[in-house]
Design a protein around this ligand. Structure first.
Ligand code: AP5
Length: 208
């Protein structure tokens, strides 16, 4: 499967991607995860990206497009990919189309996980992630239910930054819904239901 996950911050893209990876083993390529690792390791990319991420703004297209051009040419991505958090602007979507056309690996679908903004603010301010295995949970999880690792709150999951991320999504990323509709690739799932119910529909929409 070659798919793009679309949806506002906190819609549940990472949660659904984790379930697809567990069942199908497809590589999950999350620009947010790659950037957070770069910030943690203080790489050149991480140093350039940090201020944008802390503010909830987008990292410049040129950095992201170069990063993804390299990542999508790594051997594991030849078997398929789940793109999470990329593309996020029309320029990124156009660059992705060009790269996939060169690689002769067309997209199968762009899956929109659809959730209202007010639900998202609640979800994101309560989100906690595992430092060890990356499990995505909530503040109800004292330790990671998968590996008992320490849970932490992302720097950009405070209410003010979440509101800015939602504004940025509305302005820069939501136009991609029409972009992929125009290519007959868009499928949409109501993400404001229990995780497993959403996942059942995700698989059916992706014909898995
Ligand atoms: P990124 O890491 O991509 O963040 P995001 O898009 O804001 O998405 P999230 O990871 O916050 O949410 P999600 O949809 O994966 O939700 P999750 O499954 O965790 O990007 C971070 C930053 O990096 C950006 O702001 C930007 O600066 C930069 N960046 C990244 N990519 C970029 C790009 N391409 N271009 C430029 N800049 C880029 O779920 C959220 C919570 O809800 C969890 O607690 C979860 O347990 C819970 N939950 C999930 N599903 C359900 C459900 N069905 N019911 C109840 N709770 C649920």
């Amino acid at each position: 499967m070659n798919i793009v996950l679309l949806g506002a911050p906190g819609a549940g893209k990472g949660t659904q991607a984790a379930k697809l990876v567990e069942e199908f083993g497809t590589p999950h390529i999350s620009t947010g995860d790659i950037l957070r690792a770069a910030v943690k390791n203080q790489t050149e990319l991480g140093k350039k990206a940090k201020a944008f991420m802390d503010a909830g703004d987008l990292v410049p297209d040129s950095l992201i497009i170069d990063l993804m051009n390299e990542r999508l040419q790594e051997p594991d991505a030849a078997t398929g990919f789940i793109l999470d958090g990329f593309p996020r602007t029309t320029a990124q979507a156009v660059a992705l189309d060009a790269l996939l056309s060169d690689l002769e690996r067309p997209l199968d679908a762009a899956l929109l996980v659809d959730v209202d903004a007010e639900v998202i603010i609640e979800r994101l301010t309560a989100r906690r992630c595992c430092k060890e295995c990356g499990y995505i949970g909530s503040k109800a999880d004292g330790v990671c239910p998968k590996c008992e690792g320490e849970m932490y709150q992302r720097d950009d999951d405070n209410e003010a930054t979440v509101r800015n991320r939602l504004d940025v999504y509305a302005k820069s990323t939501s136009p991609l819904i029409d972009y992929y509709k125009g290519k007959n690739l868009l499928v949409s799932v109501d993400g404001d239901r229990p995780v497993d119910d959403v996942y059942t529909d995700v698989k059916s929409l992706l014909k898995l």
